[in-house]
Design a protein around this ligand. Structure first.
Ligand code: CA
Length: 436
């Protein structure tokens, strides 16, 4: 996908806050979400983040200001996701021109703006299926070492992007709060020796720093999406927190993989940064020479040239005590999606190689993103070395895993010289006390 006038870093918007140096929502970004006025019973509808405002696409459509497709005014964006890259690019170009400084549509569009502080968000799509991958080799190795010290990385890892099918019903938008999950926890003896699990609230509750990938048109059952066509089926990306109860997970995960340790809650950020907006930040995808090279269906020249994305990611934490004391969240880690062992095109190509169909609005998780350094870990399990090393918060509290009242905040953005900043905004989720 080539860069075009919408990526021009010189573009400024008549929405002044979109021109601030530190905004995530520049005129080069134009992420899509679904919103309504907070506290109202209005219908949710499509919107675009611009600076600290939301442009109401339903209002713009009704006023006849923009020639946007009716699908973007709906309460979910599945139909627009199904429309494909030409429709997505046409909307982006129209929005870019209408929101630029000097646009003749300024007067008419001003009345279609709502401050983001007054907006409430909903899931941007009816998510039919959710698959969570495991694309960071640093995360896979660190977690594997904790669960299987002798055999951290299983032999299939370097040959295919590993994933499991997750649950959609418990995926919620940023702001999600959920009770600490309970489940079977096995603490006594070894798995082979006599011993019985207990039913208890998880004591090893964790977050996972991930990106979510919203699927565009997808494929018919029985067909496959080839590696070359994969990216044209990616609508855009969001932030994703795959909350994980490590003690439940450790006892249940063999032989069929994650279940109750994962399916109680998943949080995503409200804004989908489109695939087109991310193009200035593409970087080569590389596989170490000593590692197995991918099978042909997972490899391409294009992929080697620019298959990865330079996308910075952060996790922050604010405890209940910090919140009560008016103390700001503290940063736990900072990493980059460019470290992923498998990239997004490979995720789609592998997911469909057996004829499995992806549908518009399906969600893929990238898996926890951890970088090569210990401080770049995307989960608390890694930061606390399996719960053995305490993290100290600025107010002196310590953490091995999440405590009740903890809020986890995730941020992501792209920036480089010669391009405008493109960011994801914020994802926040909070752990409540166990119900039983
Ligand atoms: Ca995960």
């Amino acid at each position: 996908m080539a860069l075009n006038e919408t990526h021009d870093p010189r573009l400024q918007s008549w929405v002044a806050s979109a021109n601030a140096a530190d905004t995530d929502f520049t005129i080069q970004n134009l992420p899509l979400g679904v919103f309504r006025r907070a506290g109202s019973s209005e219908a949710f509808r499509g919107g675009v983040a611009i600076g600290d405002q939301v442009l109401d696409l339903a209002a713009a459509l009704k006023a006849g200001v923009l020639g946007v497709p009716a699908a973007v005014a709906q309460p979910v964006l599945n139909e627009f996701m199904a429309a494909g890259p030409a429709a997505w690019a046409a909307l982006r170009l129209e929005l870019s021109r209408a929101l630029r400084s000097g646009s003749t549509q300024r007067a008419a569009l001003t009345s279609c703006l709502l401050p983001q502080a007054e907006a409430q968000y909903a899931l941007p799509a009816r998510i039919g299926d959710y698959t969570d991958f495991y694309t960071s080799i640093y995360h896979a190795t660190a977690v594997g070492r904790l669960f299987r010290p002798d055999n951290p990385l299983l032999p299939n890892y370097k040959w295919m992007p590993i994933a499991y099918h997750g649950r959609c019903s418990s995926i919620a938008i940023s702001g999600q709060q959920f009770p600490r999950p309970s489940g079977q926890i096995f603490t006594g003896g070894s798995e082979t020796a006599a011993g019985a699990p207990t039913l208890a609230p998880s004591r090893r509750l964790d977050y996972e720093l991930e990106l979510g990938v919203f699927i565009g048109a997808g494929n018919e059952p029985g067909s496959a999406i080839g590696i070359e066509a994969a990216e044209s089926n990616v609508f855009g990306l969001c932030l994703l927190n795959d909350w994980s109860a490590r003690d439940l997970q450790a006892w249940e995960y063999q032989p069929l993989g994650p279940f109750l340790g994962k399916n109680f809650a998943t949080t995503i950020s409200p804004w989908i940064v489109t695939w087109e907006a991310l193009q200035p930040f593409r970087v080569p995808w590389m596989r170490p020479e000593d590692d197995p090279q991918p099978l042909p269906y997972l490899d391409s020249t294009e992929l080697r040239a620019r298959g990865a994305i330079d996308l910075q990611l952060e996790v922050w934490l604010q405890s209940e005590a910090m919140r009560r004391a008016g103390q700001k969240p503290c940063r736990l880690s900072h990493t980059n999606f460019r470290h992923a062992y498998w990239n997004i095109a490979q995720m789609l190509a592998h997911h469909t190689i057996n004829g499995c169909n992806l549908r518009p609005g399906d969600l893929l998780g990238t898996g926890t993103q951890s970088g090569p350094q210990a401080a770049e870990a995307g989960s608390m399990l890694e930061l606390s070395v399996g719960g053995k090393r305490a993290l100290t918060l600025p107010d002196g509290e310590t953490r091995h895993f999440l405590e009740d009242g903890d809020a986890v905040i995730m941020r992501g953005w792209c920036e480089r010289a010669g391009a405008a900043r493109v960011g994801f905004g914020e994802l926040i989720g909070r752990v409540l006390g166990a119900r039983h």
